[in-house]
Design a binder for this molecule. Structure first.
Ligand SMILES: Cc1ncc(COP(=O)(O)O)c(C=O)c1O
Length: 378
């Protein structure tokens, strides 16, 4: 069987990894500042992470949610502590799209309504409702198209207020990334997030904070939406949660009531995934990773702003977008082929930096020197 050819791939075979270093089959070392789409949070093959997963696998890897799984409760307790949302409830699933799908479904059950407001350039995943509220017609199949999804311009307070005045009583949920990732590292403004909170309260709608990419400590606090001093009703998460082990979750405000069968999954919350996620949060605590993300991120952002060839530097903590003029479209490729540094991209010409949260200043400097080299060459 051939693979279904949906990914343009770099011709590099990574066979080994440690921290933020990865090696290809020929033994070449690369610096990973992308973490495979913002997934690697505590660094590749962290010893505590490897030990936790292997020990769990030697005991039991999987059983379904029809039995008690105490490690789920341990994960809930830790996540409550680290995220500062101890009164919220946890539902475990397997991916970011699935987390958003469940959040929107729960919002609809709770409100009895159908409309979901989303924003221009949003990315929420590829399952049916998640993709319907994603602003990219190319990945929305005809079967996913629905009038229940409404798109408004990002950060446009007037458009949001007008929408709620017109049909606020039909809105089940507003879903928003605290910082848009695929959309090019664009931050939701504090006043916009506060207005969403205010209108959701006024009209009884659910505020869903998509924290799949911008959450899990990446910006220096656990959920980037919380910089606005508000609490969302449901936070969705995945990527950094398992440091590469597939796991997703939603954190649900106490006002949402559970009932048997309301949500469900076969694999979500299995022993092995929980062991991965627990060890990630233990490393967060032991190594103060959120503080590190904030400090190293602030350093990187301030240094990046000194490059005069860069149009704009956006983001917070270790979620950084370097917006380059179109004529410098080769810089990202040069970083990989000449400096052996993995970075991400967003259209039209934004370099996305989404490294492990434990990178240090020396790694940041290595990147800054490489970028300087590439920009001078351009
Ligand atoms: C903000 C956001 N939400 C949801 C998703 C979907 O996550 P997954 O690919 O795990 O389904 C992504 C993935 O890139 C994302 O960036």
């Amino acid at each position: 069987m051939n693979l279904f050819d949906v990914y343009p791939v770099n011709p590099i075979n990574i066979v080994r990894a440690k921290g933020s270093a990865v090696w290809d089959a020929e033994g070449n070392e690369y610096l990973d500042l992308y973490g495979g789409h913002a997934v690697i949070s505590v660094g590749h093959t962290h010893p505590h992470y490897v030990h936790s997963i292997t020990s769990q696998l030697n005991e039991i890897g999987f059983y379904s949610n029809s039995i008690e799984i105490p490690i789920q409760k341990r994960l809930g307790k830790l996540l409550g502590e680290v995220s500062g949302k101890e009164d919220y409830a946890l539902f475990l699933c397997n991916s970011g799209a699935e987390a958003n799908e469940n959040a929107l479904k729960l919002a609809s059950f709770h409100t009895g309504r159908k409309k979901v407001i989303s924003f221009s350039k949003a990315f929420h995943g590829r399952t049916s409702l998640a993709v319907a509220v994603t602003d990219n017609p190319a990945i929305v199949a005809p079967v996913n198209q629905t009038d229940n999804a409404v798109f408004l311009p990002f950060n446009d307070e007037e458009a949001l207020s007008d929408a709620f005045s017109a049909y606020g009583n039909e809105v089940a949920a507003v879903i928003i990334e605290g910082i848009q990732g695929v959309g090019g590292i664009r931050e939701a403004s504090v006043s916009f997030l506060r207005l969403i909170r205010q209108l959701c309260d006024e009209f009884g709608a659910t505020f869903v904070a998509d924290s799949v990419q911008c959450g899990y400590g990446r910006t220096g606090i656990f959920y980037s939406h919380d910089y606005a001093g508000i609490k969302a009703d449901i936070y969705t998460m995945a990527k950094g949660m398992g440091n590469g082990f597939p796991i997703g979750a939603i954190s649900i405000s106490p006002k949402y009531k559970a009932s048997y069968g309301l949500l469900g999954t076969t694999f979500g919350g299995n022993h092995l995934a929980c062991a991965a996620a627990v060890s990630v949060l233990e490393i967060f605590q032991a190594e103060s990773l959120m503080d590190n993300a904030r400090v190293v991120g602030e350093y990187l952002i301030s240094e990046l702003k000194r490059f005069d060839k860069v149009n704009e530097v956006r983001g917070r903590g270790l979620m950084i977008g370097i917006d380059l003029p179109v004529e410098l479209s080769n810089v990202k490729k040069g970083l990989l082929t000449k400096n052996r540094i993995f970075t991400g991209e967003a259209k039209p010409n934004v370099i996305r930096i989404l490294p492990a949260l434990n990178i240090d200043k020396a790694i940041a400097d290595r990147f800054l020197e490489a970028l300087d080299e590439r920009l001078k060459e351009a």
